[in-house]
Design a protein around this ligand. Structure first.
Ligand SMILES: *Cc1c(COP(=O)(O)O)cnc(C)c1O
Ligand code: SF4
Length: 356
């Protein structure tokens, strides 16, 4: 199946879903009554375990009754998170937290409607009415010469056509202040067929303004031969590929899965960039761990345990930007003369403390 056929066969009916997995009666009842959007591509659906309700792929795709128990999720989460209630006048498509870079939303369509999505109000539930106009966004960007880095997001921007992507990239490259273009897309994982010859033609080649992609892969099971090939095609076009995982309770919050995920990402040439603490969007309480969990996993599964290239930065995304939440066990003590440092095994060493 090519990518358009994957989308035509989108797995968003009970009938199609049942050709991949055995639904429990609870799952079926939920799916019959659910409002909002759900589903994924045949490629991703085929990775679900047909019998295991706790399958890490399945949990990202199939709604849980726990979504209705919203104790900690914030009301109007995206308005808060994307600074939409500020006095600065911006198009709906532009989310801003930083001086030199913005997130530019170009579509609400995805190749998977992730149950843990922090933009759930917009993408999955459809509760938030925003108007995404690419031309309006481009006009705003042309007037803001302080923006040197444009992060194109959604939804999933790689669900736009090649013509639309080509236009967008060309228009951004015409702006003298834009020094880099980034895409956030899950297609290398959920729709690797998207990275085809047509898209490669759009992306390919040396250019003053480079393109960086961050995908979202949360579990080693998501990494297939098709994904490996798609990433290689992107890299061969001169496009850099990183990963932004979400820390998800019961999916990737154990030492073994967490380490395997990061090692496997590197084995298919994806550089781990961020691991996000699962945000306080409504209806996703059941995916959230304590905040410290991510730092513990970096301490116990990654740093010192495997290659430095496999180390992501653990952050929580907030309305005032991303805040690093890295482990803090390294500095055990310090005096006038020296620092006492500790490694992943608990061994200690000292280095001199140099006065300013
Ligand atoms: C995440 C994000 C960025 C990019 O942040 P980096 O740390 O540079 O990857 C920019 N703008 C907004 C609104 C974001 O949410
Ligand atoms: S692909 Fe991204 S935007 Fe779409 S549902 Fe998943 S996390 Fe949300």
């Amino acid at each position: 199946m090519n990518w358009k056929e994957q989308l035509q066969q989108f797995v968003n009916t009970i009938e199609r879903l049942e050709s991949y997995i055995h639904l429990t009666s609870e799952e079926r009842a939920l799916l019959q009554n659910i409002g909002g959007t759900w589903g994924t591509t045949p490629h991703f659906a085929a990775l679900m375990d047909p019998n295991d309700v706790d399958c890490p792929i399945r949990k990202q795709v199939i709604p849980s009754r726990l979504e209705q128990q919203n104790r900690y999720g914030m009301k109007d989460y995206l308005i808060w998170k994307e600074n939409r209630a500020t006095t600065e006048v911006r198009p709906d498509s532009i989310a801003r937290q930083y001086e030199d870079r913005v997130a530019f939303t170009v579509t609400q369509t995805c190749g998977i409607y992730c149950r843990h999505c922090f933009r759930k109000e917009l993408v999955v539930d459809g509760d938030l009415e925003l108007h995404f106009d690419v031309e309006e966004g481009l006009r705003w960007l042309a007037e803001h010469s302080e923006v040197r880095d444009v992060l194109i997001t959604g939804g999933d921007p790689f669900l736009l056509s090649n013509e639309q992507l080509d236009y967008l990239i060309r228009k951004l490259r015409e702006l003298p202040h834009v020094e880099m273009i980034r895409f956030g897309t899950r297609t290398p994982v959920v729709l690797p067929q998207r990275i085809d010859a047509g898209l490669m033609k759009v992306l390919n080649g040396y250019h003053r303004v480079p393109i960086w992609i961050n995908t979202q892969c949360n579990h080693p099971k998501e990494i297939t031969e098709e994904t490996a090939q798609a990433v290689f095609r992107l890299l061969s076009c001169g496009v850099n590929v990183g990963n932004q995982a979400v820390l998800l309770k019961g999916i990737n919050d154990d030492v073994e899965t967490f380490r395997k995920l990061h090692q496997k990402l590197l084995s298919v040439r994806i550089k781990p960039y961020y691991v996000f603490y699962c945000e306080a969007a409504p209806g996703i309480d059941h995916f959230r761990t304590p905040v410290e969990k991510g730092a513990e996993l970096i301490r116990d599964a990654l740093r010192g345990h495997t290659t430095g290239l496999a180390q992501p930065m653990y952050v929580v995304a907030t309305n005032i930007g991303k805040i690093p939440l890295m482990p803090d066990y390294y500095i055990k003590g310090k005096d006038q003369h020296e620092y006492c440092l500790q490694n992943h095994k608990g061994e200690q060493t000292t280095i001199p403390n140099i006065p300013e």
